[in-house]
Design a protein around this ligand. Sequence first.
Ligand code: 5GP
Length: 186
Amino acid sequence: MSDYERRAEGVARILIGDGEIRSRICEMAKELDAAYAGDVPLLVGVLNGAITFMTDLMRAMTIPLEVDFMAVSSYGAATQSSGVVRILKDLNEDIEGRRVVVVEDIVDSGLTLQYLLDVLQRRNPLDVRVVALLKKEKTDAVEVQVDQVGFTIPDEFVIGYGLDYAGKYRNLPYVAVLDPRMYSGE
Ligand code: 5GP
């Protein structure tokens, strides 16, 4: 069995290939370069899921920028958002008067992002833009600000490209649908 096949155990199907992700990120980076030309935005990555997206996005951008990270509680080993969000690691930077770009891996119910934006807005940044690699197509999500979306995906649990299930699969180079048998106990 090859490394690739071994890593792909638990993958139901590949949703977005690595080449497709790379070219979409280049487009998103160009838009950000244009939007922040002459400024030094602070890119705020939401750990752990956004690590891969953040590192690819910032390297595709050509303007001067700074990065910082925040960690919020995620689902643990579950596949549904509890709606309860906790800050596990706060920013190192003071964002007052800064142009902030929140870099999110995925927007599902929107609850995490809603909470995060509320926290950030209270610190008086100049402005805040939200960039998400993935957004799930669903009708019961909360109304939340998302300015740039890489891909709109079906309402299924996905893994790879930074996204985990029970801590694993973050190193898959693609976004894939997790085989539901992995969490149904079959
Ligand atoms: P929300 O609060 O929008 O429901 O969920 C946001 C967070 O939940 C994301 O930042 C991500 O960490 C996690 N999440 C949501 N959907 C998925 C998914 O399909 N796969 C994985 N691995 N994490 C998800």
